[in-house]
Design a protein. Structure first.
Lengths: 413, 285
């Protein structure tokens, strides 16, 4: 069998492969700048956030010898004199380097009361005598004789820990390493997770119910009218999120427009105006309206492609309009329903601005809690752990979206 | 479902119920926006429709909150608008350049690992902003760019690129590749083909991607909240602080301006869409 040669005298197959390689390389080269930029400035920082959530080296770096001593301590009887001495030396060293404030903050995450205890102790450190450290500590503050503080310190010591993840679902470790429920009154996070999930689900369902009829109307009207009506969907879509949130604040306030209308028509009395904002109602209504365009647009783009002749064919074969709708039209819109629902759910689960402004205390979501830890308590490991959990759930949904609909099919506007 | 005089009554009733529901949903979508506009012309200090306003008395309306927005004492809005514009423009240039290049590569049929790379490039749009914000906060602090314009611009380039990639890839998907082959067969170099054949045809997609990137940047508040120092205040930041403290009529004037801005963008997008259809020879139905 003779080999086909190109004009340069190379075998054709080889030459074609070479061209393909070159084309592959050229295509890749075009993507490379953005890909590198995103990996360095986005993917890597996010991975960094993940390590931050398990990284606990701060405290064992501040109290290195104590960390070792406590890891050898069983935890069921009072620590020995040696441990007290080691702790004294470490704390004194940290205090000299002006780092004892960090120690107290960090230990306070492990057990409330540590902050004041350390702060009271560190001022007296210079008066300590070189013997009987245990007694001196307990004389100074009887909390040092309480085994619970030492157990909490032991639990807080490992270099890497999943404590923050446990904390973000209201669990904690006791001194022997068993995972237990937090005390009833300190369980706040699980409610928030459930609430975020239910709000996202509820908003998605409401958006679907509201979007379906108008997407259908838009796709069946003549283009002249549907283009006009489409503006009603696109204008909110293009308008600033803060503008839309502030319009809801005007509407829902106690002295706001909705309450005024209700009072005017004597549906509620002037004294008993409804509380529509700074609670769940506000978050829910505002989020539904704000996310509605994200449901309408995918539904509309799917419905536009369904030929109207199919419904006519259904009727001509004797189906009632409802029957042909259920059997023919509705199944054809599944891709739109899937795309819109996943999109709205993904956006709703990480929503921050609107709940923070109209949600009050009972209408905040998990994102608000993350921001709270980032900006107020400065417990960044906790924020990272909760962020990681949120991220994983979003990425699972994103993967599903990709699997079912293909990422190439995302369309905008 | 067409309605005519032979339609059964129950279907007629159903049809009108359906139209009413649609009307209500459209009202729900659009009405909240237009509550803002009249209130921003309020002569009083309260966010409230006074009886005089409802009676359309001219003295109940004024431009004082617009004056306050432009000339007000210790006015933060001027700086905020300037910052937002600077950040928006640079972020748009960055996102559009990087995103268009990447989209060109991604639409090539030779592109290896297309799905994987695409999902990485789209991820900034999907990851909750609070997470992007925290991650970028730590990253930019580490490289010494916290509380700097450059840091915010970098983050907004990241957040804007997915939109450019999506719109340009969509435009390229309906691009007729025989045109580039025709150009090369007529002896044009790849660069010349790009500027004379490909670019003019994908321009509407590129511009609409750029508009998306600009709007994303101009409206972005979560990430900026983490990154901005007092000198980097932006319009959304000012609105955010204003809304948290007290809803003042000045904010409503700003909001009205922003609504006007989004109407302009909407019109631009529509013009681009029509142009793109005409260029690609798609006849309107």
């Amino acid at each position: 069998m003779s080999i086909i040669l190109t004009t340069e005298g190379l075998p054709l197959e080889k030459s074609l492969k070479k061209v393909e390689q070159k084309n592959k390389f050229r295509a890749f080269l075009l993507v490379l700048p953005l890909l590198l930029f995103l990996i360095v400035a986005y993917v890597w920082p996010i991975l960094n956030l993940l390590t931050r959530s398990v990284d606990n080296r701060l405290i064992s770096d501040l109290l290195p010898q104590t960390a070792i001593a406590l890891s050898n301590w069983e935890g069921n009887e009072m620590p020995s004199e040696d441990i007290y001495k080691t702790f004294y030396l470490d704390l004194n060293e940290a205090h000299k380097q002006k780092l004892s404030g960090k120690v107290s903050t960090r230990l306070n995450y492990a057990k409330n009361g540590f902050k004041s205890l350390i702060n009271k102790t560190r001022r007296k450190l210079k008066n300590f005598e070189d013997e009987n450290y245990k007694d001196q500590f307990i004389d100074l503050n009887k909390k040092w004789g309480d085994i619970e503080y030492w157990q909490a310190m032991k639990v807080a010591m490992p270099k890497y820990t999943i404590d923050k993840y446990l904390g973000s679902v209201d669990l904690e470790k006791n001194y022997s390493g068993e995972i237990i429920q937090k005390p009833e009154k300190r369980r706040i996070h699980r409610t928030l997770w459930y609430r975020t999930f239910y709000v996202a689900l509820g908003v998605t369902i409401c958006c679907l119910l509201l979007a379906y009829p108008i997407a259908h109307l838009l796709s069946t009207l003549p283009l002249r009218y549907s283009n006009l009506l489409l503006i009603c969907v696109l204008l909110p879509f293009w308008t600033s999120l803060l503008v839309r949130t502030s319009s809801w604040m005007i509407l829902l306030q106690q002295q706001g427009v909705l309450n005024d209308i209700l009072v005017y028509f004597k549906i509620v009395g002037d004294k008993s105006r409804l509380e529509l904002m700074y609670n769940m109602t506000g978050t829910f209504v505002a989020m539904t309206q704000i996310l509605l365009p994200f449901m309408v647009l995918p539904l509309y783009s799917v419905m536009k492609t369904i030929p109207p002749s199919l419904m006519r064919a259904g009727s001509s074969l004797g189906g009632t309009p409802f029957h042909s709708f259920r059997k023919i039209y509705f199944p054809l819109t599944y891709p739109g329903i899937g795309a819109g629902s996943l999109l709205v759910f993904i956006l709703a689960i990480g929503y921050y601005i609107t709940p923070a402004l109209v949600g009050g205390a009972s209408g905040t979501l998990i994102s608000n809690r993350i921001a709270y830890h980032m900006k107020e308590t400065l417990d960044w490991s906790m924020a990272s752990a909760m962020g990681t959990m949120l991220l994983v759930s979003v990425l699972v949904l994103y993967w599903l979206y990709n699997k079912i609909l293909g990422i190439d099919n995302i369309k905008l506007g | 479902m067409a309605i005519n005089k032979h339609t059964e009554l129950r279907y007629k009733i159903w049809h009108y119920t359906y139209l009413t529901i649609c009307g209500l949903v459209f009202f729900f979508l659009i009405a909240p926006l237009f509550v803002i506009v009249p209130l921003s012309f309020n002569a009083e200090q309260y966010i409230h429709f006074s009886d005089d306003m409802l009676a359309l008395k001219p003295e109940a309306f004024s431009l004082r909150w617009y004056e306050d927005m432009v000339y007000g004492t210790k006015n933060p809005w001027g700086l905020a608008f300037k910052n937002s514009l600077v950040i928006g423009i640079f972020a748009t240039i960055g996102a559009t350049t990087l995103g268009t290049l990447a989209a060109l590569g991604l639409s090539s049929k030779y592109m290896p690992y297309k799905a994987l790379i695409m999902s990485i490039l789209i991820s900034p749009m999907v990851v909750p902003l609070i997470i992007s914000g925290s991650a970028l906060f730590f990253f930019l602090a580490k490289i010494g760019l916290s509380s700097s314009m450059l840091g915010i611009i970098i983050s907004h380039i990241i957040l804007g690129t997915p939109f450019v990639v999506i719109t340009v890839t969509a435009t390229l998907s309906s691009f007729d590749h025989s045109l580039t082959r025709a150009a090369s067969s007529l002896g044009s170099s790849p660069m010349y083909t790009f500027f004379k054949v490909i670019l003019p045809l994908i321009t509407p997609g590129v511009i609409s991607g750029a508009l998306f990137a600009f709007v994303t940047s101009f409206d972005e508040v979560v990430v900026v909240l983490f990154l901005a120092g007092p000198d980097q205040t932006t319009v959304p930041i000012q609105m955010w602080t204003g809304l948290r403290e007290q809803l003042s009529p000045t904010i409503l004037s700003v909001a009205t301006c922003l609504i006007a801005g989004s109407i302009i963008i909407l019109v631009l997008m529509e013009i681009l869409r029509r142009r793109s259809e005409r260029l690609r020879g798609i006849q309107p139905r």
